[in-house]
Design a protein around this ligand. Structure first.
Ligand code: ZN
Length: 148
C-alpha cells in the first residue's frame, strides 16, 4: 500500500533526472562516448523510478477517493439513523426509531450501517454481522410499527 512518502520518492527521482539533464546540457560535448552513454543510462533509470513511484501515487489517490466517497455516503446518511437504547434505527414518518437494529459500535466508529442478528451462542443476545460485538437482546430488539 503506497503512502504519502511515495510522492517524496517520486520527486526525488525527478530531481535526479533533472540534475543529470542539466549536467549534460552544461558539459562540453567532448564527452567520451562511453561516459555519455553512462549518464544517459542513469537518466533513464531515474525517469523509470519516477514513473513507477507515480503509479503508486495514482493508486494512493484512487484509494483516497474511495475512502472519501464512503465518508460522504456515511455523512449524508448520518441523519437517517437515530439511537434508541443500545442500537441505531431508521426513523419512521414521525421521527421515531423503527425496524431492524444497527450496530452502535460500527455506526459510531466507522459510520457503517451493520445489522445486528440473533446471537446463536447467547440466548436473547444479538451480535453484529461485521465487528462481532455482542449486545443484549432486550436493548437492541427490532421495533415494529404501532398498529394504528
Ligand atoms: Zn458492529
Amino acid at each position: 500500500m503506497p503512502d504519502i512518502a511515495t510522492i517524496g520518492a517520486a520527486l526525488s527521482s525527478i530531481k535526479t533526472a533533472t540534475d543529470i539533464a542539466k549536467f549534460l546540457r552544461a558539459s562540453d560535448l567532448d564527452f567520451e562516448k562511453a561516459e555519455l552513454k553512462l549518464k544517459m543510462a542513469d537518466l533513464i533509470v531515474a525517469l523509470a523510478d519516477a514513473k513507477i513511484e507515480l503509479v503508486d501515487v495514482q493508486e494512493l489517490l484512487v484509494e483516497k477517493d474511495k475512502q472519501l466517497a464512503e465518508l460522504n455516503e456515511a455523512f449524508e446518511s448520518k441523519d437517517e439513523l437515530i439511537r434508541f437504547r443500545d442500537a441505531y434505527y431508521k426513523l419512521d414518518e414521525s421521527g421515531e426509531a423503527i425496524g431492524v437494529p444497527f450496530c452502535l459500535r460500527c455506526w459510531e466508529n466507522d459510520h457503517k450501517k451493520r445489522q445486528l442478528v440473533n446471537d446463536p451462542q447467547a440466548r436473547a443476545g444479538r451480535i453484529c454481522t461485521s465487528c462481532k460485538h455482542k449486545y443484549e437482546g432486550r436493548l437492541t430488539s427490532e421495533i415494529f410499527p404501532n398498529p394504528k
